[in-house]
Design a protein around this ligand. Structure first.
Ligand SMILES: [Zn+2]
Ligand SMILES: [Zn+2]
Length: 276
């Protein structure tokens, strides 16, 4: 631990100097859907107004035009640092203030490139491929919605496209919790195909997805855990994160990419509907 503190000291010092000199700062963020990195320029005018030593972190409070704008939480330590970040409660920062968790060594290497290991208070960013996949998926889902007469729901319901194992029709499937075979009453308004049903497969009742054409239960194991299932790649929420519309959007983008480019999409490409 003795060496750790001075690394943080030096990193904080370098960050302060870069900001004071008005250097251009690049923020390197990972796409919330696929993890691809993209850079964007930090709007200039940030000023350090306070520095705090808080447990394992050195926190720099930055303002822009006299208003709190960003908090940098600098940490150090060898890999894996994930447990440090996982166990840390979300920062109580004012609304609109982004919190960036930066590694001291990376900051020392280049104080003008911020590559946060964790981010709070910022809308999720998506790369062009993820945005395109989501648009394509949305069109397909709207089409299935029209054919089934089942509307597309909003938060917290994630939706995916599945093929009924019994009648072979394409249908919408819904997920609202990362727990399988849920017993608790789903949030309202509940899609009409989500029904309290007895499953012979698991020997008890739960809130199940059902087919709007033939009524068959669409098993949670298939929907969530099979590579061909629509929710296979969704629900990557970290333990510290509560569900909110941003997590919903991240999950929806992953569901979309999985459908368009991943297992489910490969197995049932749109062309398959018209080929003999
Ligand atoms: Zn992406
Ligand atoms: Zn069916």
């Amino acid at each position: 631990m003795s060496g750790g503190k001075s690394v943080i000291d030096r990193a904080a010092e370098r960050a302060r100097r870069a900001l004071a000199a008005g250097e251009e700062i690049l923020l390197i963020l990972r796409c919330a859907g696929c993890g691809a990195e993209r850079e964007r320029r930090v709007r200039p005018g940030l000023r350090v107004v306070e520095e705090r030593a808080e447990g394992a972190f050195r926190t720099l409070l930055l303002e822009r035009e006299g208003r709190p704008a960003v908090r940098l939480k600098i940490f150090s330590g060898r890999q894996p640092v994930e447990s440090l970040l996982l166990e840390h409660e979300p920062e109580r920062a004012p609304a609109g203030v982004s919190v960036l968790y930066l590694h001291a060594r990376e900051l020392l290497e280049d104080p003008r490139r911020w590559r946060p290991h964790r981010v709070e208070g910022m809308r999720p960013l998506f790369c062009a491929s993820c945005r395109e996949a989501f648009r394509a998926f949305r069109r397909q889902a709207e089409e299935v919605s029209r054919r089934t007469g089942v509307p597309l729901p909003g938060f917290p319901y994630r939706y995916g496209i599945a093929r009924c194992w019994k009648c072979g029709e394409e249908i919408l499937a819904f997920a609202w919790t990362d727990e399988g075979w849920p017993k608790a009453e789903p949030p309202s308004p509940r899609p009409r195909t989500v029904q309290w049903r007895f499953s012979r497969t698991i020997g008890s009742s739960y809130w199940a997805n059902t087919c709007p054409f033939c009524g068959a239960i669409q098993g949670d194991w298939f929907l969530h855990h099979e590579p061909d299932g629509p929710f296979f790649a969704a629900f990557q929420r970290e333990p510290w994160e509560k569900d909110d519309p941003w997590r919903w959007l991240e999950d929806m983008v992953r569901i979309a990419r999985w459908r368009i480019e991943g297992g489910a999409g490969r197995r049932f490409p749109p062309e398959a509907d018209v080929s003999p």
